[in-house]
Design a protein around this ligand. Sequence first.
Ligand code: FES
Ligand SMILES: [Fe+2]
Length: 453
Amino acid sequence: MARGTGLTNAPGVWDWDALVQDDRVHRLLYTDPAIFDAEMSSVFGGTWTYVAHESQIPSNNDFITTRLGLRPIIVLRDRDGVTRALFNRCTHRGATVCRQAQGSARVFQCAYHGWTFFNTGELSGVPWPDGYATDLKDEQYNLAQVPRLETYRGFIFATLNAGAVPLTEHLGPMTEIIDQWLDRHPGGRVKLCEANRLKYKGNWKLAYDNAADGYHVKFSHRSLLEMENRLKEGDEKGMSFYKDAPDEAPMYVQYLGNGNHFKDKRPNVEDRPGALWDIEGAHPGMEHFESSIRQRLGDRAEIALDLAASEPVNINIFPNLLILGNHIQVLQPQAVDETDSTWYGTAVIDEEDTLEGAVEEVNTLRMRTMESFPNFGEVDDATNFEEIQRGLAAEEDPWVYMHRGLGIPGRVKTDDRGLITAPATDEVFMRETYRYYKELMADPPTLEIRRAP
Ligand code: FES
Ligand SMILES: [Fe+2]
């Protein structure tokens, strides 16, 4: 029998039109391990999925280990500088060949029987090769690798779907939103910093459903809102856009296709230097860095402080990359009811010294902003996700509603490019994402790997 390389999902066994309706989705999407398994092919790997940022592998031979769905992978820059995503799975008997989170390596030696692979994926050698009658140069013994890897402005995405459109086409209008987020930084780049590694006992989609949700903020994050405003005069902190009736504020939610959405709170912010810094959450200990920046830069300090402050946006790239404020949150499913949620800080790179030596202080403040929403808000959200997962154990009450804004004339607007805009509390972003999700799940793609280096 020929040994094919094409991997195809089992034929669909679910009635997707019944599970995903215009106004609601069925609890099985969050609780059924078989649906979760199908997602690991149809979504994670079947569409473009974020795997790493290029600042994590700046030099040849640098690597990080991560996952594409459940598949362990090593994202690296090989000895010649080519970016690759190797399966972290020995071709001998399946052990992972790299067990470190990050590092630099020209070869990976499996700890089980010592098979060794170049960082191109090619098998370099095995202990006592005389014991093999087969040709170990045969490609089948090279590490598998993700056949398609593309980068948009530092964000590296992977797919196993040979038929996927190019990444920029897939991201479409989302590229403009990413451009805006990056272009306020010197050189139009940021560098990922160390991470807060969090985990919740709930389905991965609960976090994605929440990523552009402006409806929960005033209720779920009340203590954070109150704390931020207690720490500084007035009640003008970023989260306070949601106080009173959030739909009356000029912020909005937008759906940009292919599961991607955007919450834009910038229209609330005054257009003047220092306005962003004024709404940033204040935490004890930041004052020293702020005054050092003011001393060093004088009149230009507000520009640097605005760079230390979080951009009031949520940029959500399906299925797992959430850019929010100065932070990047990455979702990694572990099981139908368990998800890793990793928050990375980002640092400014100031090669031209536009900040006149203040880049360290700016980056220190950016790290301190991790103590605002990522530490005090994420726990509120994760608690909701876990409580939803508990609630959805009730089998006889299966529906999850997402119909806020549906059917109200004039409330949800579609422009000539097909971009959908709605008030900040509408669930249109969720309805549209599930429409896309249903397409992916109902028509499983053919997935492929590559063995040639
Ligand atoms: S499993 Fe890797 S060398 Fe045996
Ligand atoms: Fe939240």
